[in-house]
Design a protein around this ligand. Structure first.
Ligand SMILES: Cc1cc2nc3c(=O)[nH]c(=O)nc-3n(C[C@H](O)[C@H](O)[C@H](O)COP(=O)(O)OP(=O)(O)OC[C@H]3O[C@@H](n4cnc5c(N)ncnc54)[C@H](O)[C@@H]3O)c2cc1C
Length: 403
């Protein structure tokens, strides 16, 4: 039986970052993923452009991961423009009004994963068990035993970052709320004639939002949400017809739009675990809370969670407490739940508000957009949320996320 301080299941972006942060505390970490190393080191494109907040970028910078992402692959979000269908009223956020840095950054998801994992394999006190699907584990009073089939691991704490359909959550008997939005997000990147000037567009349409997120050059990353039936039909279209329909939905702000490479689609579901921790066990990332991508915050929220968990483990370590005991784990859960619930409420509410096309609701929300646009205090609060540095309603930020 091999012994580690902590075992992490799942070497996605959240599990990997968790392992890296734990290793920085001098802990001996094992990380397990069912995918082979060559796939984790070089993930294929999945069509998603990840909107990273300023807070998440700060963490990646402190870990010296951000500096490895080629400048040609990361674009600043300088402004966000929110509009409601064809209404002339809109809401405009200008990052320059909130501070001296952008509102966020767009990097393609496979690159975020690649550079995080590349950094992980360089850490001396992390052992990767790739190509390995965890067969079973037992949480015992003094340690956890993890059965990998061929071998067994033993550690003081098991952290599950195995995604929204978490096996570990199921095995621990942790109940969860699961909401099917009955929406599909179609994602791709496009090239357009006109420059975007770093402006992200969120256009709310009745079937769901259509987001254009700025990438380097005259390119944007698209998240186009439709009902499953519409999405199935749209995904069947030829590239030309797909681009033409998107153009019709979005309008002509960016000139003519052409699909750039493939397209992918994802069913949208919210998952929220009733509890994130038990003695010697913690859920992090999508296994604890998977949110609607309407605000581009799932990965950012997961990163906030692992920074919080590691901060609490460090406190426990300093005073000689057992790192698998409930004291650090419950402190993590209480802080992260506040952040996750406020994000779930916000994303849920936004989606429901804009999906309702009855006339009174539409009039009120359009007036609401125009009114918020004239309220500097409220606009500033929204911008700080987008940057991932607001503490109002979401609790204390972990230190790793602040400069
Ligand atoms: C359309 C779309 C757009 C999005 N856009 C954004 C955005 O702009 N900004 C943002 O912050 N977030 C965004 N997100 C959310 C983001 O993609 C997720 O929050 C993030 O990928 C979660 O990471 P994770 O590491 O928790 O889980 P995952 O990425 O799901 O990783 C889980 C890992 O666990 C492994 N695994 C699973 N089960 C086992 C097992 N039994 N044994 C071993 N290994 C296992 C898997 O192989 C995988 O590597 C978006 C999501 C969608 C669907």
């Amino acid at each position: 039986m091999k012994t580690f301080d902590i075992t992490v299941i799942g070497a996605g972006p959240i599990g990997s970052l968790c392992a890296i942060l734990l290793a920085q505390l001098g802990l001996k970490v094992a990380i397990i993923d069912r995918a082979p190393k060559k796939v984790l080191e070089n993930p294929t494109r999945d069509g998603r452009g990840i909107a990273l907040t300023y807070g998440s970028k700060t963490v990646l910078e402190k870990l010296n991961i951000w500096q490895k992402i080629p400048i040609s692959e990361a674009e600043d979000i300088k402004e966000i423009r929110v509009s409601d269908g064809d209404s002339p009223l809109f809401l405009h956020f200008d990052g320059a009004e909130a501070g001296d840095h952008p509102l966020g950054f767009i990097v393609e998801s496979h690159l975020v994963r690649k550079f995080i994992f590349k950094h992980l394999v360089k850490q001396k006190n992390i052992t990767v068990f790739d190509n390995t699907t965890i067969a079973n584990f037992d949480v015992l009073p003094a340690h956890v035993e993890i059965d990998l089939g061929q071998e067994k691991l033993k550690s003081a704490l098991l952290v599950a970052a195995d995604g929204r359909y978490s096996f570990a959550r199921e095995k621990m008997g942790i109940e969860y709320i699961d909401h099917d939005y009955k929406q599909m997000a179609m994602v791709c990147s496009v090239t357009h004639d006109k420059p975007h000037f770093g402006v992200a567009h969120e256009r709310f349409l009745t079937p769901g939002p259509l987001a254009f997120l700025p990438m380097t050059g005259n390119k944007s990353s698209i998240v186009w949400t439709e009902s499953p039936a519409n999405a199935a039909d749209i995904m069947q279209l030829s590239n030309e017809s797909f681009s033409a329909l998107m153009q019709k939905r979005f309008g002509s702000h960016l000139g003519s739009i052409t699909l750039d490479g493939g397209r992918w689609s994802y069913p949208l579901k919210m998952v929220h675990a009733r509890t994130y921790t038990k003695q010697r066990f913690a859920l992090v990332g999508d296994s604890a809370h998977a949110v609607h991508p309407i605000a581009g915050q799932g990965l950012n929220l997961g990163l906030r969670g692992v920074c919080t968990l590691v901060e609490e483990i460090e406190k426990a370590q300093k005073i000689g407490l057992d790192i698998g005991s409930l004291t650090p784990l419950e402190a993590y859960e209480s802080r992260q739940k506040t952040a996750a619930i406020s994000m779930i409420v916000a994303t849920h509410g936004l989606n429901a508000l804009f999906a309702n096309d009855t006339l009174p609701v539409k009039v009120v929300r359009d007036l609401g957009l125009a009114a918020v646009n004239e309220m500097p205090g409220l606009k500033n609060w929204f911008m700080k949320q987008a940057m991932g540095i607001s503490t109002k309603f979401s609790g204390t930020l972990p230190k790793m996320m602040t400069k």
